[in-house]
Design a protein around this ligand. Structure first.
Ligand SMILES: [Zn+2]
Length: 188
């Protein structure tokens, strides 16, 4: 009896994204890192809230706007308190929020991101169409990773092995939204 193996992973960045941009104080492009602190400015009943990033060389700050001119009443009380408390978990959550960086036109240094493939589940089904493996890799943080690199990493293969298997048609892949789906026909 042949089988179909289904495995699902999720790519989780280990740390906040780093911003790569020119620092006015250093006079060149440097890395800015998450200080895990917020800045909250109240103006009447309007709020501005930023996540503070800092040049790793000179500590020049880069504020990433989370809320701008937002009505106090529209921010959940609990979240607002977390901003005031510099809640580290919340700061890390925003530090991995692609949307925030896009909105602030802050370029993420994708090469520096360390991440893990976290296995969500594995399933074995009987199948009539030969031995097959289907691997789904969810990328909720939208990291820019080449499919060939992801395939090599989850299957524990070298780049050239992957290239070879792709050419022979033993591996195929497609991208669906923020998901990479890998089909592997097992040949023994
Ligand atoms: Zn600097």
């Amino acid at each position: 009896m042949s089988y179909l193996k289904k495995i699902e992973y999720e790519i989780i960045p280990q740390d906040s994204f780093w911003v790569f941009r020119s620092c006015p104080k250093c006079g060149r492009k440097t890395h800015f890192k998450n200080t895990k602190k917020f800045r909250v400015n109240a103006n009447g009943n309007k709020l501005d809230i930023w996540l503070i990033y800092q040049c790793e060389e000179c500590k020049h700050t880069l504020n990433l706007a989370i809320y701008e001119r937002q009505k106090v009443s529209s921010i959940p009380k609990e979240e607002y308190q977390s901003f005031l408390d510099n809640n580290e978990q919340l700061a890390e959550m925003y530090g991995k929020n692609m949307q925030l960086f896009r909105k602030n036109k802050a370029d993420i240094d994708f090469d520096s991101i360390e991440y893990d493939f976290v296995k969500l589940h594995e399933l074995l089904e009987n199948s009539d169409c030969g031995e097959q493996m289907v691997i789904t890799i969810n990328n909720p943080y939208q990291l820019k990773l080449r499919p060939e690199k992801q395939i090599a990493e989850v299957l524990g293969l070298s780049r050239s092995q992957v290239k070879n298997l792709l050419e022979k048609g033993e591996i195929e892949w497609k991208i669906l939204q923020n998901r990479l789906i890998i089909f592997r026909n097992m040949v023994y």
